[in-house]
Design a protein around this ligand. Sequence first.
Ligand code: NAD
Ligand code: NA
Length: 398
Amino acid sequence: MIIKPRTRGFICLTSHPEGTAQNIKNQIEYVKSKGKIANGPKKVLVIGASTGFGIASRISAAFGSDAATIGVFFEKPAAEGKPGTAGWYNTAAFEQEAHAAGLYAKSINGDAFSDEIKQQTIDLIKKDLGQVDLVVYSLASPRRTHPKTGVAYASVLKPIGETFTNKTVDFHTGVVSDISINPIENDEDITNTIAVMGGEDWKFWIEDLKAAGVLADGVKTVAYSYIGPKLTFPIYRNGTIGQAKNDLEATVPVLNNLLADINGVSYVSVNKALVTQSSSAIPVVPLYISLLFKVMKQKGIHEGTIEQMQRLFAERLYTNEPILLDAEGRIRVDDLEMREDVQEEVAKLWEQVTTENIEEISDIEGYRNDFFNLFGFNFDAIDYDAETNEVVQVSSIS
Ligand code: NAD
Ligand code: NA
């Protein structure tokens, strides 16, 4: 079929198999260009492995450190004349490249929040790898069915306390407008969001993996968080999602305790704001990202997901020195985003930005390009008028 982008708001309904493969190849090339990560991970489980920071983590482990990888995610292959999801094609392309390089790579497609998928993952580790030495937790989801109670939780993106009014952009059209987001009406919005995006499921995974004996001595586990600038605090860090991130971060000492007898350690890494399927859903944030990219590119310090994850592995998680942490015990690879000079310039541009000047003073074009790239579009090497085979079968995905 001929596949063109079809968007609805911040969602792209179609994905291009060859374009997503190009995206994966570019990420692999980047990691290879940085050389091998000394003493890197060897057997890695990535939960949320198909898009965004998860696939970039998987690529960094496999091609930066020759690691065997198991990926868990929730994606759809092509069906009934509809292309598969980007994460499906990403994984197909990744596994093909990994296998060609002689690296072990298998995946499990299903609900990572469920006990069944955890058990299936444990069985696969036992059968093929014995144990893993790194567990990356990179899930982002709007809902979770609790495995013990069956209760279905939906997360919300709302401020707490007061209505939040600020600028936002429709990144397709470049129209900048004011948006007002009403605060939560009851604490249930907070508890629901914590139930979906907080630390409980990470804890369940580590508990189950440990009880099954599939965590190696000295195992590391890392989950991802975000802080960002004051201007997004009401909708992000001080909003419902921020409460979930606080909960995730508070899970670190719990896991450290659990892993102490096998010399294991857990970390939260605070990452940079980047264009992913998840972040494009948050109001206000895409406008901030467009301005941030402009400033960081001008200063020559811009990074994408793959640059972030390669640096996390090579310069934070796997060095021979003690891991650099902030006062709260977190890894910070958002260090360049949060630099004072960067934030000052973004804040100035934030005051100025309008529909009329956005193309000029922001990198909304880069935002759009990254967004379409997520789905395999906007790559020069791909002929989007040509027929492509949307059915990509992958025997190593179960
Ligand atoms: P993403 O949407 O690109 O990736 C989410 C992953 O989770 C995908 O692999 C998806 O298949 C998987 N997933 C979702 N629901 C699932 C389920 N029920 N079962 C199995 N897999 C499921 O998101 P992302 O932006 O890469 O986010 C990953 C983490 O990084 C999140 O914790 C996010 O908060 C954090 N983070 C994101 C940003 C950003 O700007 N994007 C910045 C800092 C931190
Ligand atoms: Na991810």
